[in-house]
Write a protein that binds this ligand. Sequence first.
Ligand code: NOJ
Length: 518
Amino acid sequence: MNKWWNEAVIYQIYPRSFQDSNGDGEGDLKGITSRLEYVRDLGVDAIWLSPFYTSPNKDGGYDVADPRNVDPRFGTLEDAKELFDKAHSLGLRVVVDIVPNHFSTEHAWFKEAINSPKGSPARNRFHFYNGKDANTPPNNWISLFGGPSWTQIEDGQWYLHLFDSSQPDLNWKNPEVMADFEKTIRFWIELGADGFRIDVAHGLAKDDIHVDHYDPQGLSDALRLDVLMEVEKRNSYLANIPFFDRDGVHEIYKEWRKIFDSFGDRDIMAVAEVWVHPPKRATLYVRPDELHQFFNFDVMNAPFESKYLHQAISDMLGLVKMQNAWPTWCLSNHDCERVASRIGADAARAMALFIFGLPGSAYVFNGQELGLPSGEMADTDRQDPIFFRTNGRQKGRDGARVPLPWNGDKAPFGFTTGKPWLPIQDQWREFTVENEERDTNSSLNLYRKALQIRKQHLVGSGEITWTHTDGILGYKRGNIQVLINISEKTQPFTGEVLLSSHPVTNSLPPKAAVWLLS
Ligand code: NOJ
């Protein structure tokens, strides 16, 4: 059956970096509301908002202290309601983030836990354990942000945090946790949310707390989107992770699905961040009684080489088919290098056309449509906990989070009247929305045209048939043929050009893509 999300284009907004409305240098909900016409005009169907909940902001809001409230830095619950309502009036659905793997140490539950005795019900909402001995944590796992996954509290017990020490992992075997998340899910749906992006969705069940890993640092690096690693090496780490993708996690999503479905024709959807290996495991999350979509980052992480891209795209298409589900595609998000920096500006434009032609939904990270590169900054400006927990060994994800340039010739380009929370480079004047709107060949105009043609010609036109799998990748879908040149040589083609990432007549330069009417 046709659902709104099957082939939607969903625009990810990182609230802190989108638009500031009060001059404090950080984006906020009112700022987003004021820019929704821009989002609609891009031609997307929905927005996904990264967290804006009450949070001490040690991990960009993915450290939630009150999941049913808005952090004052972002505004109020009324502002959220206003944003949702305006989005709906413009025909945009709203997907909000939900963060079930952990809370913040500022959450009332955690404060209660550390003030309660060992073995108490309050501690049982998290993972508190005794160490191997007085000074050694229960296992050798390394946090995904670097450093140990365990922090010791005054009475000698340790708590588990797969991420920052300010993000204690929740114990999903405790029914109180499920009950609390049910409240949160219902709360946001009642306020108007149409769906959820589930953070670290594969992490909630932990069966093997007492198992050490053979190379915890290698595994931690492999799990990070901002650390580059050879595909085979990464896959060998990801093939067996003692704390991710345990079978018990599926019981949780079966319960969640009942909650979503209880809202009937509101058609609430959930997209899970489940980067698991082998990729086939991800299909378990989209069984008919679980979630609707999953992100698998194999395409996003693939080198710009036809072999890897063809494999990753074919795998994704084949996998979802097994469950009669729909694939998702993305080229970047707030956790990785911006795609224009990772594979280069030309390849990024070409890849956008390539994935927009595919069946399923496409996620676009704010600023990607402008062709923004990762922002550069001095180490003294960095804010990502990864930078601090690795003692600067890894720079972290701030580059992807530099605020958007809207207009004018000088930073902060209309983002704020104050000092932006991360510095914006003056060279970004060429990337402002104002500038790109004027330039017919800009990345912004390419995205706008592509999304318009996608709606007219591609959405609903079924499966693809591969026509080229080496050097040039190509497929046919409906009455369109999509080609991308991943080789070093210019390649001839025939057909009527509907859209191209670069000026073409009858040959395709390297790192260019074209949509042909066939
Ligand atoms: C994945 C989120 O996308 C990332 O930004 C966050 O740091 C971790 N999960 C922990 O919540």
